[in-house]
Ligand binder design. Structure first.
Ligand SMILES: [Mn+2]
Length: 331
């Protein structure tokens, strides 16, 4: 769903910002560059407006985002006990995507939902949902633009990180003229974007490379060559002392095999199985994720199931293969 009156909702958020003193902000589970970058940029502007901001993430921030300005302000899995005038959730298609925050939300006056996922629910008092935006950071940029906010170099780094990571370095189809315009304005603040790109893309820990190796070894091609399947078991993580963050972006390697239209990575946590999907063309993996209680975009989605590994693998693959076959029959 898309917010029908986006400008009005952006205006409503401006009013919330004007009228509120204290803010609770949360991003989604397994946070990425967009959710964290958007949160830090917005928090920085709110602080410059003399507001109090509590930044929350249920899961740890990936190591490759440690360079982001004020990243240490994000409280990991530490829920506040206070009341807040407003809550701003970034990229949480439902409140549960933000973690165990329901109790806090009940103590927040107004709830604002900012997202660019098609599967976003309209649970907020203000809902800014724009699936044509390449990144939530692009929406936050638009908010700042509307507000006439001068964006600092550090804020630009945060928003640029959100945009560059969510567009796969301006590569995914959601990259639009508006995306490039926002990036261009951000670059004008004069930060060293080449250094940021190095930190994001040319830096990878030995552990995460080893995890990538395990995932690549596990790769199977099925569905008449159209589906790449990878798996990472608990034992793979314990072997290297790795955490789920070390498996980030592993899934993209499945899409590199010629002829592959969709890829899935099954990642075992101690108590859950995570399935991450990528696709291209007409294959909508968000529908598959949604069928198992997850969400995401047409070409990038995910879900978590609390069932044995083999059971999750077989039922998710059954549905994925069905969709790929339906696509085949369509021509
Ligand atoms: Mn995003």
């Amino acid at each position: 769903m898309t917010t029908p009156d986006l400008e009005a909702q952006l205006k409503a958020l401006e009013t919330v910002i004007e009228r509120s003193e204290s803010f609770f902000m949360a991003g989604h589970l397994n946070p990425d560059g967009d959710t964290i970058g958007s949160m830090l940029a917005l928090a920085s502007v709110l602080k410059r407006l003399d507001k109090k901001v509590y930044l929350f993430s249920q899961d740890p921030v990936p190591a490759n985002l440690a360079f982001l300005p004020h990243i240490k302000n994000v409280k990991i899995a530490r829920l506040p006990k206070k009341k807040f005038d407003a809550a701003i959730l970034l990229e949480c298609s439902s409140p549960g995507r933000g973690g165990d925050i329901m109790g806090v939300l009940k103590r927040c006056g107004t709830v604002v939902n900012i997202d660019h996922h098609r599967t976003a629910e309209f649970y907020g008092d203000v809902n800014i949902v724009e699936p044509t935006a390449s990144a939530t950071a692009e929406i936050v940029y638009r908010l700042f633009y509307n507000m006439g906010v001068h964006i600092t170099r550090r804020e630009a780094i945060c928003l640029y990180t959100g945009i560059v990571t969510d567009t796969g370095r301006f590569y995914f189809p959601a990259t639009s003229p508006r995306t490039l315009e926002a990036a261009s304005r951000l670059l004008e603040t004069g930060f060293n974007f080449s250094r940021i790109n190095d930190l994001l893309y040319a830096t990878r820990s030995c552990i995460s490379l080893k995890i990538l190796g395990r995932a690549l070894e596990s790769m199977e091609i099925t569905g008449a060559g159209k589906l790449a399947v990878m798996a990472l078991r608990n034992s793979d993580f314990t072997a290297f002392g790795a955490s789920p963050q070390h498996a980030e972006s592993v899934i993209n390697h499945g899409m590199m095999v010629p002829g592959v239209k969709a890829a899935v990575l099954f990642r075992e946590d101690p108590d859950k199985i995570n399935a991450t999907f990528r696709s291209r063309g007409h294959i909508d993996v968000s529908a598959v994720a949604k069928a198992f209680g997850g969400g995401g975009h047409m070409h990038a989605a995910g879900c978590r199931l609390q069932e044995p590994f083999a059971a999750v693998r077989s039922k998710v693959l059954r549905l994925l293969l069905k969709r790929l076959k339906a696509e085949n029959d369509r021509g």
